[in-house]
Design a protein around this ligand. Structure first.
Ligand code: TYM
Length: 321
């Protein structure tokens, strides 16, 4: 089965990205035909500093590779190394009703938060559809916030197929209930734009600071506590197997567990979980030329698949005359 997903290099990657998408993608490469890319065109909707975007792109790639993305097994590239996706995006725009984009939560939320909407933000789901359809993807693992965009992709693809015959595979979103929305420090969805993240590969001091900022209620140490209402527990459980999660739950319910203590344990858990990958990440970042070469090879692999779809589209659309 062909599985595809992407991630934006707009700032540091965080635990929401890791548990919502990266972990699953890394696991999938063992059984499935995996396509994974760094969505730097999409990041342009929030980053308008070229140096920052370029640096973020290399860092996101290094993080993903260090955590286990294997460019031998999978196709791993940077979105803008395959500008062909923009051509498909334009084609798809002509099958995208305005109302479909106007209904997108992610767009509406941003507008509601006072972000000045421009055409890039509005058309974001069309470009995402192009990413997915260019590769005839069957399954798209994402966090809950992106599910609607995959549904938009399905609508657009069906419209095209109704007009031109079977051009595109209709993709399925895949959202894992357990990690559909990883909560941030304040209990809202963990997101760069909310400033409530725990980032991957932080220095100890900065990591401890983020963990200590997790919002808790004023229940005294001795009192029993509700793990399901606790932001620390909700983040901690991501790192635990069933038995360890149950054990922690019992400690909450028994009373005598202070939030400071459990935050300290969470800090150590996060640090120790990512520590084994830090060296590889540093090596990758110390050799940007080598990293670019890996990504260029990935883009070449991706292009071979993309051009098959694009060739058929161009023909159907009448661009080959
Ligand atoms: P991005 O970079 O915003 O997010 C990358 C992935 O991380 C997931 N995610 C979360 N999952 C659970 N809890 C959270 N708090 C959390 N925060 C982020 C996102 O759902 C996403 O799966 N538009 C995409 C990038 C993209 C893409 C694509 C994805 C561009 N083209 C084509 C799939 C297919 C995005 O939101 O990236």
């Amino acid at each position: 089965m062909r599985v595809l997903s992407g991630i934006q290099p707009s700032g540091s990657l965080h635990l929401g990205n890791y548990f919502g998408m990266m972990k699953k993608m890394i696991e999938y490469q063992e059984q499935e035909e995996l396509f994974c890319f760094i969505a730097n065109y999409h990041a342009m909707t929030s980053v308008a500093d070229g140096k920052v975007l370029a640096k973020g792109t290399l860092e996101a790639a290094a993080n993903f590779l260090a955590l286990g993305m294997d460019p031998q097994k999978s196709t791993f590239w940077v979105q803008s190394d395959l500008p062909e996706v923009q051509e498909l995006s334009w084609f798809l725009s002509n099958f995208t009703p305005m109302g479909l984009l106007e209904r997108c939560h992610s767009y509406k939320d941003k507008v509601a938060r006072g972000i000045h909407a421009n055409h890039g933000l509005f058309a974001y789901p069309v470009l995402m559809s192009a990413d997915i359809l260019l590769f005839q993807s069957e399954k798209v693992p994402v966090g809950k916030d992106q599910k609607q965009h995959v549904e938009v992709t399905r609508d657009i693809a069906l419209k095209v197929n109704n007009t031109y015959g079977e051009l595109f595979t209709i993709p399925e979103p895949e959202v894992d209930d357990n990690v559909a929305t990883v909560p941030g420090l304040d209990g809202q969805k963990m997101s760069k734009s909310y400033g409530n993240t725990i980032d991957l590969f932080l220095e100890e001091k900065a990591l401890r600071k983020q963990v200590m900022r997790i919002v808790t209620d004023p229940t005294p140490v001795e009192a029993p506590k509700d793990p399901d209402a606790c932001n620390v527990f909700q983040i901690y459980r991501l790192f635990l197997d069933k038995a360890a999660e149950e054990a922690l739950r019992r400690r909450y319910l028994a009373g005598g567990l202070g939030y400071g203590e459990v935050k300290g344990e969470l800090f150590e858990t996060v640090r120790d979980f990512f520590a084994p990958y830090a060296e590889r990440r540093a090596e990758l970042l110390a050799d940007p030329e080598g990293l670019r070469a890996v990504l260029a090879t990935g883009a070449d692999k991706a292009r071979q698949v993309a051009l098959k779809t694009l060739g058929r589209v161009r023909k159907k659309a009448g661009l080959i005359y």
